[in-house]
Design a protein around this ligand. Structure first.
Ligand SMILES: C[S@@+](CC[C@H](N)C(=O)[O-])C[C@H]1O[C@@H](n2cnc3c(N)ncnc32)[C@H](O)[C@@H]1O
Length: 267
């Protein structure tokens, strides 16, 4: 086991998140917010990233702290908060070692459980979450499924697996930042392991200024793939009860068309 989770949210990837990801999957923001406003404060945003959820909640006057394993993501979150005159309590720590001198009514983990991690650490993280929740507090965790992306899902088939790692994607998403540079980002699949199951992806980010490549980085990300039953059992083993599963960050039962499930569990 690596000593720290293997994520790609550093350096230029953190710059990309800070610059462009505020509007990503906007419907998730009101989903968690409803829980926070319904006797769910104080709350902790685990793996808060650059504050896509945290900043709107702080703006609304909600009592929410944040933590993340990436010092670069936390620094960007702090900078963005300070630009708005906000001063959230943020810390840099991996979720499986969560250690914050405060307990919460709600802990939420959005787009991050199983990211950069492994099953042993994730089981430990659930225990840490329970220890940081007040009695009757709520844990909210989502899990996304790769079958939303046919290119990614088809790679699990035996004959496709043999062709991994994918070669570098010629297509990248390229955007201009506020300081006039351009960031170009592309991802590719390195490996899938159907036995665990888990996958490894690579991300490449380039920074261009006036048509000249100024910097480039490539990072790896391990991603544990959870299906409904396994995550439910892990929550039960960690001592959670009253587990409810929603589809697509909406307060309704999941359907077979949903590519995201959200687990709401009580201490
Ligand atoms: C896909 S981003 C999501 C960020 C934010 N939750 C959002 O929805 O905008 C994943 C985040 O999880 C963080 N992360 C990954 N593994 C982590 C771990 N083991 N402990 C804490 N944070 C982690 C990354 O640094 C990154 O900021």
């Amino acid at each position: 086991m690596d000593s720290q989770p293997q994520t790609w949210h550093h350096g230029l990837v953190a710059d990309w998140w800070a610059a462009f990801n505020d509007d990503f999957r906007a419907h998730e923001i009101p989903y968690f917010r409803e829980y926070l406003e319904d006797d769910g404060q104080p709350a902790l945003d685990v793996a808060c990233g650059t504050g896509r959820l945290l900043l709107p909640y702080l703006r609304a006057g909600l009592d929410v702290d944040g933590c993340d394993v990436s010092a670069d993501m936390v620094a960007a979150c702090r900078r963005k908060a300070a630009n708005e005159g906000l001063d959230p309590k943020l810390s840099v720590q991996p979720m499986h070692e969560l250690d914050i001198p405060r307990t919460y009514r709600t802990i939420f983990v959005c787009g991050s459980f199983g990211v950069g991690s492994d099953r042993t650490r994730d089981a430990e993280a659930l225990i840490r979450f329970r220890e940081h929740l007040e009695p009757g507090g709520t844990l909210l965790i989502d899990a996304g499924f790769g079958f939303a992306d046919p290119a990614e899902w088809s790679a699990w088939a035996q004959e496709q697996r043999a062709s991994l790692p994918q070669t570098r994607q010629p297509e990248s998403d390229r955007r201009r930042t506020a300081d006039g540079t351009e960031l170009a980002i592309s991802t590719r699949l390195i490996d899938v392991d159907p036995v665990e199951p888990q996958m490894t992806k690579a991300i490449r980010v380039e920074r261009w200024r006036d048509g000249v490549l100024e910097a480039e980085e490539e990072h790896l990300l391990h991603h544990v793939v959870y299906f409904e039953d396994e995550l439910r059992q892990m929550l039960e083993r960690a001592g959670f009860r009253d587990i409810v599963v929603h589809g697509e960050h909406e307060r309704r039962p999941p359907t077979s068309d949903d590519v995201f499930l959200v687990f709401a569990a009580k201490t």
